[in-house]
Design a protein around this ligand. Structure first.
Ligand SMILES: Cc1ncc(COP(=O)(O)O)c(C=O)c1O
Length: 444
């Protein structure tokens, strides 16, 4: 069996220019990366360019990309229709800070997919969840929010809580302690965020009861996609809908990852549920900086001057909006989503077979064009089961094995992969050949 040290050596042999770039970047760029999520050991690979299903690093190595910008580019890289749309807009100006008819067209495309009366655009998922929470608070006149342990909703203080807490600090399983995910978050903010485990409706009811009359909103990733890929148990989301109605609390589906992916109309369509508010990011911009939040008219109509604030210089900038319209109308179509999902099914089945043939314990979860391998025999149904049972050592070896053979998945154990609409049968065959080569090395 190859050791991690041996795999790391091979990684270093293939990527010396990345190391040089990293050393240079660190001198003027904190940590050498643009986001903490881009940092990983032994050092990050620096990209040169990307096209379709592939990217090339600064050493000229080619990779089949299954991270797809943490799932944001289901469209694949540099999709010709999106390049054309962007080029058309470039010469017309990229930022007006004034209304455009294009924004309404884009909003209509969103409404064709999601059960929302009104939306507003933002630039990132972080902004979308921050604004959704504010308007929920204004609507209910309450301050607390209930979130799920292990769910990620962006970088603002209210929801940057218990995303990946140390179990030593996280308190009891069914009534977790809220653990800030960063230094610098005021204690008074943390007090307003209540944390519960995923897939546990009793714990949710208890939390609503304990905080009765104080909770503005429950926010949930309908499928946990920041703790590998964990679907809700049968009936969980429906019961969540009933409970939030009973307790007069706004239900927010954070569809930044699920939206456009688990189904054409995201988790709302897949599970036939209409939450009070939804948040969208990633695929809505398909590589351009765009996000949105929206939902029931009686909540959203509070957003106006002098009432509930919402704004942003780059909000609904015409470059991202024009690209989004084309992405939603012509690229992320039902047919293309079905195509990517078929490829993902083939990939997942191939991995399952290879693991079985080699006696590697584990299973693969798939949803739409996304999937993730779980190296454990235990069922993972929430954050704690992930932390307790997931064999990270095996995943690390799997990751190095893939990367050293030109297959790219996210360098984090809690991510899933995405097959884009530009991946091909040949990409999947090549990937499965690599998997057949490296999986025997995962035996102990
Ligand atoms: C479910 C979810 N919500 C919100 C966000 C934040 O989005 P952004 O990185 O665009 O701020 C993310 C990012 O990964 C996410 O996965």
């Amino acid at each position: 069996m190859k050791s991690i040290a041996g795999l790391e050596k091979e990684y270093e042999r293939r990527t010396p220019t990345s190391l040089k770039c990293f050393e240079r970047a660190k001198k003027s760029f904190q940590g050498g990366v643009a986001s903490n999520f881009q940092a990983y050991e032994p050092y990050p690979i620096f990209w040169d360019h990307a096209k379709g299903s592939k990217y090339w690093d600064v050493d000229g190595n080619e990779y089949i990309d299954f991270n797809m910008a943490f799932g944001a580019v289901l469209a694949g890289h540099a999709h010709p229709l999106l390049v054309k749309a962007a080029e058309e807009q470039l010469s017309k100006g990229t930022l007006y800070c004034a209304p455009t008819d294009l924004s309404a067209t884009c909003a209509e495309e969103v409404k064709k997919r999601f059960p929302v009366d009104l939306i507003r655009f933002a630039n990132s998922g972080t902004e979308a969840t921050m604004h959704a929470l504010r308007v929920a608070r204004a609507y209910t006149g309450k301050e607390k929010v209930i979130k799920i342990e292990g769910c990620y909703h962006g970088m603002h203080d209210y929801l940057l809580q218990s995303v990946g807490p140390d179990l030593g600090e996280a308190g009891p399983e069914s009534c977790p302690t809220t653990v800030p995910q960063s230094k610098g978050i005021p204690r008074d903010v943390t007090k307003n965020t209540v944390v519960v485990p995923f897939n546990n409706i009793d714990a949710m009811r208890d939390a609503l009861e304990r905080n009765k009359g104080e909770v503005a909103a429950v926010i949930v990733e309908p499928v946990m996609m920041n703790t590998t890929l964990i679907p809700p148990k049968d009936g969980y989301l429906e019961k969540l809908g009933e409970l939030t109605e009973e307790y007069n609390v706004v239900l927010i589906f954070d569809e930044v990852k699920t939206g456009f992916k688990v189904a054409f109309g995201g988790a709302c369509e897949y599970y036939h549920i209409t939450p009070d508010l939804i948040t969208l990011g990633k695929c809505i911009g398909s590589g351009f900086s765009l996000a949105a939040f929206g939902g029931k008219k009686e909540i959203m109509e509070l957003i106006k001057p002098g009432d509930v604030a919402h704004g942003g210089t780059y909000s609904a900038n015409p470059l991202a909006i024009r690209a989004s319209i084309i992405a939603l109308r012509e690229v992320l179509t039902r047919e293309n989503l079905d195509y990517a999902t078929r490829l993902e099914d083939k990939l997942a089945d191939g991995i399952r077979k290879t693991m079985k043939d080699n006696g590697i314990p584990g299973y693969v979860n798939s949803m739409g064009p996304c999937g993730m391998v779980h190296f454990t025999e235990h069922e993972i149904y929430d954050y704690r089961t992930f932390v307790k049972y997931y064999n990270v050592d095996r995943l690390t070896k799997f990751w190095f094995g893939l990367v050293n053979n030109g297959i790219w998945i996210a360098p984090h154990a809690d991510e899933h992969w995405t097959v884009s609409v530009q991946h091909t049968e040949e990409d999947i065959e090549k990937t499965l050949a690599v998997i057949r080569k490296i999986v025997p090395d995962l035996k102990y």
